[in-house]
Design a protein around this ligand. Structure first.
Ligand SMILES: Nc1nc2c(ncn2[C@@H]2O[C@H](COP(=O)(O)OP(=O)(O)OP(=O)(O)O)[C@@H](O)[C@H]2O)c(=O)[nH]1
Ligand SMILES: [Mg+2]
Length: 380
C-alpha cells in the first residue's frame, strides 16, 4: 500500500492545481474541523462540514454591497418552499424594498427557438460593455412539471456568464404559476437592491407565463421569426396585444429580406391593434442576435419608452398598479387554497359530485349548498 500523505490542516496549504507563482493566501485552502452529524448512526465518525450561517444583517449588507454569492443565496431562500426560509426571505424583501425599483425591467417572450436566449446574451453583453449591471432571470412555470429548468439548460449564455457585471438565474422550479410569479418578483427586488440596473426576464411563448411576466415588467418585447409561409407563426394575437415592441429576430444572411417583409407585415397588423401601453405606439423592428445588428437600436427604443413613461408619470402608475394587482392575486390565491383544503368543504365537494353525476341536483343548488358550507367555515 502506498504511504498515506498526512492531511494538511494549516491555512496556507496550497492545492496542487495552484499556479507556481500563485500569490500567498489566494490559493490556500483550509480544512475545517467537522461537526457531528446528528443523523448518523456512527456518531462522531461521520463529521459534516458546518454550513456557514448568515444573519439577516449579513444578507442585507451583502446584497447592498453587490455580493453575488450572498445574492444567490438570498434568491435560493426566496425560491424555497420551506416555511423557515419563507420568514427570512420576507424579512429580506421588506428590508431591501427601499433600495429596489431603480432598474429597467424588460420581459422577453417568443416561440421556442425564436432566439430569446441568444438575443438576451447579445443585448446583455452589449449593456455590460456600456458599464450596465444586467440581471437575467427566466420565468418558466412549465419547468416545474418537468423538474428542470428548460430555459436554463438549453442555452447557457456562456459569453454573458463571463461578464463580471452580469447575473444569470434560471427559472425557479416547483409550485404554481402564482408561486413562480411571487418568487420572480421578489428576485427582481433583490437584484435591484444589489445594484442591477437592467433586469431581463425570459419566458417561454406558451401558456400563461407571458401574462405573468407582463405584469412584472416595464417593457414587454415579443421576439418573432420569419415563418414558413404562415403569417403569425403560431404567435397568438393575445400575445401581440401585450407587446411594447415586436422584434423580428434572425434578420441575417439569406433571411434578411424575408425578415424585412415580416417586419412590415407586423407593422400593418399592429396598426389595427390597441397599444399595450397608453401613450406608446407599438412597432415592429428587426435584428440579428448573431451579428448584433439592430440590438442597439431596440435598446434605444426601450430607453425612449422608459424616458417618455417617466416624464408622463405612467411608469410609476404602472408599477403601482402591478404591485396592487400582485397583492390582490396573492390574497386570492391564499383564500382559494384555504377553502379548497378545508375538510368540510372537501367532503361537501365529494358529496355534490356524486349527486350531480347521479342527476340528483341542479348546478345552481349544488353551488348554493357549497357556498353555504364555505360561509359557515369562514365565520369560524
Ligand atoms: N441565424 C440566426 N440564428 C439565431 C439568431 N438568434 C438565435 N439563433 C439560433 O436559433 C436557435 C435557438 O436560439 P435560442 O436563443 O436558444 O432560442 P430561444 O427562443 O431561447 O429558445 P427556447 O429557450 O427553447 O424557447 C439557436 O440555434 C441560435 O443559434 C439570429 O439572430 N440569427
Ligand atoms: Mg431560451
Amino acid at each position: 500500500m502506498p504511504e498515506k500523505t498526512p492531511l494538511k490542516t494549516y491555512a496556507t496549504y496550497k492545492p496542487e492545481w495552484a499556479p507556481q507563482d500563485g500569490g500567498g493566501m489566494a490559493f490556500a485552502s483550509q480544512v475545517m474541523t467537522g461537526v457531528d452529524n446528528p443523523d448518523s448512526p456512527k456518531g462522531d465518525q461521520n463529521k459534516v462540514a458546518p454550513a456557514v450561517k448568515f444573519s439577516p444583517d449579513d444578507y442585507v449588507d451583502g446584497i447592498l454591497a453587490g455580493n453575488r454569492m450572498i445574492l444567490a443565496r438570498a434568491i435560493t431562500m426566496v425560491e424555497s418552499n420551506a416555511p423557515k426560509h419563507f420568514a427570512l426571505s420576507q424579512e429580506l424583501v421588506q428590508r431591501l424594498l427601499p433600495y429596489s425599483g431603480n432598474s429597467v425591467r424588460v420581459g422577453i417572450t417568443g416561440v421556442p427557438g425564436a432566439g430569446k436566449s441568444t438575443f438576451i446574451e447579445a443585448l446583455g453583453c452589449n449593456l455590460c460593455r456600456q458599464g450596465k449591471k444586467v440581471a437575467v432571470l427566466a420565468v418558466d412555470p412549465s419547468s416545474s412539471l418537468s423538474k428542470g429548468s428548460i430555459l436554463g439548460d438549453k442555452t447557457r449564455m456562456e459569453n454573458l456568464a463571463k461578464e463580471a457585471n452580469a447575473f444569470i438565474r434560471p427559472s425557479p422550479s416547483g409550485g404554481t404559476l402564482g408561486g413562480v410569479t411571487r418568487k420572480s418578483r421578489e428576485t427582481i427586488l433583490l437584484c435591484e437592491a444589489a445594484g442591477y440596473d437592467t433586469i431581463l426576464l425570459e419566458t417561454v411563448g406558451v401558456g400563461q407565463s407571458e401574462t405573468a411576466v407582463r405584469s412584472m415588467v416595464d417593457f414587454f418585447l415579443v421576439l418573432v421569426i420569419t415563418g414558413a409561409g404562415d403569417d403569425l407563426q403560431g404567435i397568438k394575437k393575445g400575445i401581440i396585444e401585450l407587446a411594447d415592441a415586436i422584434l423580428v429576430n434572425k434578420a441575417d444572411g439569406d433571411n434578411q429580406q424575408k425578415a424585412m417583409i415580416t417586419r412590415a407585415d407586423y407593422n400593418q397588423i399592429l396598426h389595427y391593434l390597441r397599444p399595450a401601453t397608453e401613450g406608446w405606439i407599438t412597432k415592429a423592428y428587426s435584428c440579428s442576435s448573431l451579428t448584433g445588428e439592430g440590438i442597439e437600436e431596440i435598446w434605444q427604443v426601450i430607453l425612449l419608452f422608459i424616458d417618455e413613461m417617466q416624464k408622463n408619470g405612467q411608469l410609476q402608475v404602472k408599477r403601482q398598479q402591478q404591485t396592487l394587482a400582485w397583492v390582490i392575486q396573492m390574497a386570492e390565491e391564499h383564500i382559494r387554497n384555504t377553502i379548497s383544503q378545508n375538510p368540510r368543504v372537501k367532503a361537501q365537494m365529494t358529496q355534490l359530485e356524486q349527486q350531480l353525476l347521479a342527476g340528483n341536483s341542479s348546478a345552481t343548488l349544488a353551488a348554493q349548498s357549497l357556498i353555504a358550507v364555505i360561509e359557515e367555515e369562514l365565520k369560524k
